[in-house]
Ligand binder design. Structure first.
Ligand SMILES: Cc1ncc(COP(=O)(O)O)c(C=O)c1O
Length: 400
């Protein structure tokens, strides 16, 4: 007998978690591996947020909450959208879920009919195509090459839209490329979307605070207000406030969509942890100086990695404009041989070689829909990054 439903046969486990597990397995054998696979801030959650959670638990905020979130957290999120993004949402236009990932899952669960298409500009966040497939949809991958700054262009978008297109996914700053869209980039995409009223937009803005070189963040909602009725703005506290384990994501969007998402939520997990919601209120309404400090640290690490990787013969790297990853080009290694005589056929082979011989865990570009690249996370200390770059350099130098 089979325990597993056929719908799962098309879904792969998360590639970044797989890379991390491979690193852990090597470590368990005593190999000293640097894990740059998983992407999460290495800072502790700011203390005032932890204190707020402590206080909420002691004050008895320990019961189920409304599926869409407590009134307080939805008010705080509406305030954040007004203050930081210039977006006019009320608490009724907001839902929370267990991470941005569950927001996206709920949105797709609530909307996708079998065979509906979701346009995914590549490189994309690894979970997007897997969620789309799991829920009966069809991922339409649009490769956005480095020459377009890894950004979707109006021409590429127009070509990808069909009568079955249900969603366009955007992610900025992007995981894994760090690409950011300017206001005019977004307006140009909006002009294409205006001609296709069947398309909903999911704008994943979870890295909005991790932006470099003095850039100002522009939300898709701000650039294309005329599309408000079919835009879901997705965000969360995981990356900005070093709160990945607290599992709080949120979204703003049109009421009928949010209502359907809340129904999914109420029948699957009831609500987000009440204490984590109280902590999120403190994160959004409290002092923001730690967010700025994290951003500065990520920018210094970005500089260190760009400088180090660009000195390695055989690798290329366009400076990421935000987020905490480096999407490193390895085209000139493909087809060459390792000291053990193994031909590096593709970016999976490069990533495996770097793990086994360089002792650095990365994620191959194939997982993000655009090859040949590999992604490293830069969310670790400058000392560790310096050592990782030295190891990558030594491994690449041995490729014949
Ligand atoms: C683009 C993107 N969206 C969403 C998520 C998930 O965030 P959360 O922790 O809120 O589920 C990630 C996490 O890596 C991400 O990179």
């Amino acid at each position: 007998m089979s325990y597993v439903a056929s719908r799962l046969s098309v879904v792969k486990p998360s590639a970044s978690m797989a890379a991390s597990q491979a690193a852990k397995a090597l470590r368990a054998k005593g190999v000293d591996v640097i894990d740059l696979g998983l992407g999460e801030p290495d800072f502790p959650t700011p203390l005032h947020i932890i204190d707020a959670a402590h206080f909420a638990a002691k004050a008895g905020q320990t019961l189920y909450t409304a599926a869409a979130g407590t009134p307080e957290v939805r008010e705080a999120i509406a305030g954040k959208f007004r203050r930081e993004n210039g977006l006019d949402y009320t608490a009724d236009d907001i839902v929370v879920a267990n991470g941005a990932k569950q927001i996206i899952f709920n949105a797709l669960m609530a909307t996708l009919e079998t065979g509906d298409e979701a346009i995914l500009p590549a490189p994309y966040f690894v979970s997007y195509p897997e969620m789309v497939k799991l829920l009966g949809g069809v991922p339409v991958v649009v490769e956005c090459p480095e020459t377009t700054g890894f950004r979707l262009t109006p021409v590429l978008l127009e070509k990808a839209i069909t009568p079955r297109t249900k969603w366009l996914f955007l992610n900025m700053p992007g995981n894994p490329s760090g690409a950011v869209y300017s206001e005019s980039d977004l307006e140009a995409l909006g002009a294409v979307l205006a001609r296709h009223p069947q398309v909903l937009v999911l704008s994943d803005e979870i890295y909005e605070h991790i932006l470099f070189d003095g850039r100002e963040f522009v939300s898709f909602g701000k650039a294309c207000p005329e599309l408000k009725g079919r835009t879901l703005i997705v965000n969360g506290v995981s990356k900005s406030y070093a709160m990945t384990g607290w599992r709080v994501g949120y979204a703003a969007g049109p009421a009928p969509l949010l209502k359907a998402m809340s129904t999914v939520q109420s029948q699957s997990c009831t609500s987000v942890c009440s204490i984590a919601q109280a902590a999120t209120v403190a994160a959004l309404n409290g002092p923001q100086d730690e967010v700025a400090r994290f951003r500065q640290a990520f920018e210094r690490r970005r500089d260190l990695v760009v400088d180090g990787i660009r000195k390695i013969n055989g690798l290329t790297l366009s400076p990421p404009e935000g987020a905490f990853y480096a999407y490193i080009g390895c085209a000139s290694l493909i087809g060459r041989k390792t000291p053990k005589g193994v031909v590096l056929e593709d970016d999976t082979a490069v990533s495996n070689y770097l793990l086994n011989e360089g002792r650095v865990a990365s994620v191959p570009g194939v997982a993000y829909g655009l090859s040949p690249y590999f992604r490293i996370s830069t969310a670790t200390s400058e000392e560790v990054l310096t050592e990782a770059i030295a190891r990558i350099n030594a491994a690449v130098a041995q490729v014949e």
